[in-house]
Design a protein around this ligand. Structure first.
Ligand code: NAD
Length: 479
């Protein structure tokens, strides 16, 4: 049965590269029906601040698969990123960015590089929850969920199996963020046991990023959190030397969006100069996703053959390796002419099945026993630490006793030498019950009431819980 897909021609070079790509898809007998929507500049200019009209959502929701050309994002305030809106509205939790070397055609120091980054796409600092809490302190919340982590880690392992990959590497910063990143690494180790044939390893993100820059060929599939994934996918694309040839996918439970990594290139729009390879690569990912891996392989092999035959658009044309400089349309035609042929220098491909139908579901977990054992009250304060300590100690009651004051995560009271520290104007006051005891929300609101009456400016609170007896909060340094 034919698969309906939504297509947006986008702005700038979008219409040219999309037309070229759809021509190749048609000639390769991709079994798709195309329905177009308009997104981007014209829609922004009509006053839709997200660059998309309500009617387009109906089409997207009906077809569930979206092939999107790049759009021009208008400058100025009030405009929202269409991509962020898409990711959040359609629940596109996995961002897949393959990066491969096309040596010797594209110059790179890493001719054997061929890695896939599976980036969590919805959580982390990108939840966009930010607050200014005092004159000096700004906060951006990093939210990581167990369910979101499990889903992306499973996606990476299932992807590796379906695409005959050998190794999955996890990158995190769990030496510092022991709870948020720690659970991501722990889940990776646990879920990895279900995939005994795959190699697994873990890198702390800083050395991992450095290693991608120096030895990218040691990596195969990498799974990581949103911000790290954002950064390392650009590092990977940069060292491969081929940003313009890369496609990407954004996958959710019910929806998927495919697009090139580059933008709308207004400088060459309408000149039949643009390279359609980035969007073609994303269309190939789309064909695998909708269960047409044979068509995807046929197109990829023809594309590789076109590149190695030296038929190149201007952006990748180099006298030493190219034979013919062509425009967008002619490049697409050259790919069409090679459908059914295989590359001889590059390895030919034979893609596996899409993973969406076969993905393992998240484990059903028994909820842990959650107990409230205290509260952190954050207080804006510019005066002496001892004075604050005394004021706050006086607020202890109902079994909630002040244990420590911390500043930027470091204990500063009692019994702390703060002489070398740069102290800011917000303190984090930890009230806890005696060992083995629990408290209540009523005791916490009473504590806040006393705090307010004492004239202190509390800026936020965080409850202190244990889960099956294991503490669910970090200890301050020196606590
Ligand atoms: P860009 O990627 O559009 O262009 C950067 C340079 O690369 C330009 O010189 C351009 O000519 C060249 N280039 C890009 N794609 C090419 C191709 N397929 N073939 C040949 N040359 C190509 O980046 P930019 O100039 O920073 O951004 C232009 C517009 O695109 C901006 O409005 C930006 O917001 C938007 N943009 C959109 C997306 C998207 O829709 N996903 C992504 C990135 C940028």
């Amino acid at each position: 049965m034919t698969t309906p897909i939504t297509v947006a021609y986008g702005d700038g070079i979008g219409p040219e590269i999309m037309e070229a790509t759809l021509h190749i898809l048609r000639e390769a007998a991709a079994d798709i029906t195309v329905e177009t929507i308009e997104v981007g500049e014209r829609v922004y200019n009509m006053g839709a601040t997200s660059g998309i009209l309500p009617s387009a959502w109906d089409t997207l929701r009906r077809n569930k698969v979206f092939l999107k050309a790049p759009i021009t994002t208008p400058q100025g305030k009030g405009y929202k990123s269409l991509n962020v809106t898409m990711r959040k509205t359609l629940g596109l939790y996995a961002n897949i960015r393959p990066t491969k070397s096309y040596h010797p055609l594209v110059k790179t120091n890493h001719p054997k590089m061929d890695l896939i980054i599976v980036r969590e796409n919805e959580e982390d600092l990108y939840a966009g929850i930010e607050h200014r809490q005092s004159e000096d302190v700004f906060q951006c919340l990093k939210l990581i969920t167990h369910s979101g982590s499990e889903r992306i880690i499973r996606y990476a392992f299932d992807y590796a199996v379906a695409n005959n990959r050998k190794k999955v590497t996890c990158m995190s910063k769990d030496n510092i963020m022991k709870l948020a990143d720690g659970q991501f690494h722990k889940l990776f180790d646990e879920i990895g046991k279900e995939y005994p044939k795959l190699e697994k390893d873990h890198y702390i993100i800083d050395i991992g990023a450095a290693r991608i820059a120096s030895k990218p060929e040691v990596f195969d599939v990498i799974v990581t959190l949103n911000l790290y994934g954002d950064i390392i996918s650009d590092i990977a694309a940069e060292v491969s030397g081929s940003v313009g040839l890369a496609g990407s996918s954004n996958i959710g439970e019910g929806f998927a969006m495919f697009e090139a990594i580059h933008g709308s290139a207004p400088d060459i729009a309408g000149k039949n100069m643009a390279n359609p390879s980035g969007i073609l690569q994303s269309a190939i990912m789309m064909l695998i996703h909708i269960g047409q891996p044979d068509v995807a392989s046929k197109i990829q092999n023809a594309w590789l053959r076109t590149l190695e035959d030296g038929v190149h658009t201007g952006d990748i044309y180099r006298k030493e390796v190219s034979k013919e400089k062509v425009g967008t349309k002619e490049f697409a035609e050259a790919v069409v002419q090679r459908l059914g042929k295989k590359p001889s220098t590059f390895d030919s491909v034979a893609y596996g099945k899409a993973i969406t139908t076969e993905m393992k579901k998240n484990t059903v977990r028994t909820p842990a026993k959650k107990e409230l054992i205290g509260v952190d009250v954050f207080v804006a304060w510019n005066g002496s630490i001892n004075e604050l300590g005394e004021k706050i100690t006086a607020l202890s009651a109902d079994g909630l006793d002040l244990k420590t004051l911390s500043n930027k995560g470091l204990k500063v009271w009692p019994d702390a030498d703060t002489s070398g520290m740069h102290i800011t104007d917000q303190f984090h006051c930890r009230f806890k019950c005696a060992d083995g005891k629990t408290t209540t929300h009523a005791a916490i609101t009473a504590l806040l009431d006393r705090t307010q009456k004492s004239g202190l400016d509390f800026t936020k609170t965080e409850n202190l819980y244990t889960f099956d007896g294991v503490i669910g909060f970090s200890l301050g340094q020196g606590e």
